[in-house]
Design a protein around this ligand. Structure first.
Ligand code: GAL
Length: 409
């Protein structure tokens, strides 16, 4: 009896403070779900109930379309997973809060790396709250298959094709690869970065410099990219990245090119970095780091002070050291802050963290960090059509890409 009397006011006071917040994202695969749970629990600790507005699939493309409809109808969520140059597009529409009007951001210039601050800034204002840094140019290896076939991790593309032939001959799938346009393009991006080098990569995919886009070197990249196709499995059309990642973690496939969100997925199924799978740089890309930074924009809530308070707690929570550690452990990424101890992270995250500080950084175009999602969509379709059409011609594809980029710039 005494217990319930003590208990009642507590429930009442929690209810009276508790409030909710709607957040749009596309984190629905296993590792993503675990990290989203960290978000949900961290917000609950701050007495905010997360209303998940989760849209499955297509690496976020469907989520963006749904968000556009909601925004057009004047009913955007409180926050949404928007990243890279899309942050600027949403800012121009005039629907976003400046983050510094919601929380004190004076320490950000010290704790956030320059590349992160540049990504979330528009016209000198922070327009999004960053949560993590993913590395995209990884090659993942199934340790059991590599050990069984006595293969070394491929350091060059010649090593890669050599290993892939041996894996195929032994009856395993060489490359775990899902069948959507952005995944095809991710293969292309990884290869293009290593073959062109960072300067030409940036000229081509950030600046859309026509002299690089139409160069003989670019045609050669497309031709080499096509050599990857026979190592991918038939019957994967429309399959998402995590379905491909499962082929690797269940010892059916030996290699996968994917950002380190794949690690979050394997961790969630009990697989351990360096014991079950290895992380190596995409061949010939050591010292290069193509980054993908996840962030949330905050939609203007017309000065309803309660909603602003919820958004400010949300922003503060995302940047807190505790959240940065727990969330990134689950997600497979590294913290966005430069002052988080990395000892509890696995070897791949520790390598990523060290590499981010010393590598040549380039924004991943397939992950929308180099251009808006509109432009990214056009590019990835052209690249994917080429990859999947046995009769497609590299020179004609480069011409198509060049024309498309002229039209959108
Ligand atoms: C990316 C996102 C990552 C990851 C991936 C697959 O766009 O930035 O956090 O989850 O999609 O869903």
């Amino acid at each position: 009896m005494r217990k319930s009397i003590l208990f009642l006011p507590l429930v009442f006071s929690m209810n009276s403070y508790a409030t909710s917040m709607e957040v749009l994202h596309w984190w629905t695969a296993a590792g993503e779900y675990e990290s989203q749970q960290v978000l949900e629990n961290s917000l609950l600790d701050a007495q905010i109930k997360l209303r998940n507005f989760a849209i499955v699939g297509e690496g976020g493309d469907s989520a963006i379309r749904v968000l556009q409809m909601r925004a057009l109808s004047g009913n955007p969520p409180d926050a949404a997973q928007i990243k890279g140059p899309d942050i600027g597009e949403w800012t121009k529409v005039g629907m976003l809060e400046e983050v510094e009007s919601i929380i004190d951001t004076s320490s950000w210039s010290k704790i956030l790396p320059q590349a992160v601050r540049d990504t979330i800034s528009f016209n000198g204002h922070y327009m999004a709250v960053p949560v993590n840094i993913h590395r995209v140019n990884w090659l993942w290896l199934n340790k059991k298959i590599f050990t069984e076939l006595k293969l070394s991790p491929p350091a060059t593309w010649d090593d890669f094709f050599d290993a892939a032939d041996k894996i195929k001959a032994a009856g395993y799938m060489a490359l775990a690869h899902g069948g959507t346009a952005w995944q095809d393009s991710l293969l292309f991006e990884s290869m293009a970065l290593s073959l062109l080098g960072p300067e030409k990569y940036k000229k081509a995919f950030v600046e859309h410099d026509q002299s690089i886009i139409t160069s003989a070197e670019m045609i050669a990249v497309f031709e080499k990219f096509k050599r990857l196709k026979p190592y991918t499995a038939k019957g994967m059309v429309g399959k998402d990245w995590f379905q491909a990642s499962t082929l690797l973690s269940t010892d059916k496939a030996a290699m996968q090119f994917m950002g380190d969100w794949a690690k979050g997925m394997w961790n969630a199924s009990g697989k351990v970095a360096m014991r079950d799978y290895l992380c190596v740089d995409v061949p010939e890309s050591a010292g290069l780091f193509s980054y993908n930074i996840d962030s949330f924009v905050l939609f203007e809530k017309h000065n309803f002070s309660n909603e602003n308070k919820v958004q400010s707690t949300f922003a503060q929570t995302l940047l807190s050291p505790k959240f940065q550690t727990e969330f990134n452990l689950a997600k497979g990424s590294i913290p966005v802050r430069n002052d988080i101890p990395m000892d509890s992270f696995d070897k791949c995250a520790q390598k990523s963290y060290a590499d981010f500080a010393k590598s040549e950084l380039v924004p991943s175009f397939t992950q929308n960090l180099a251009s808006t999602s509109h432009v990214q969509n056009i590019m990835t379709k052209i690249i994917s059509n080429y990859f999947n059409d046995p009769n497609a011609d590299a020179a004609k594809t480069v011409k198509r890409l060049s024309l498309a980029l002229r039209a959108v710039n």
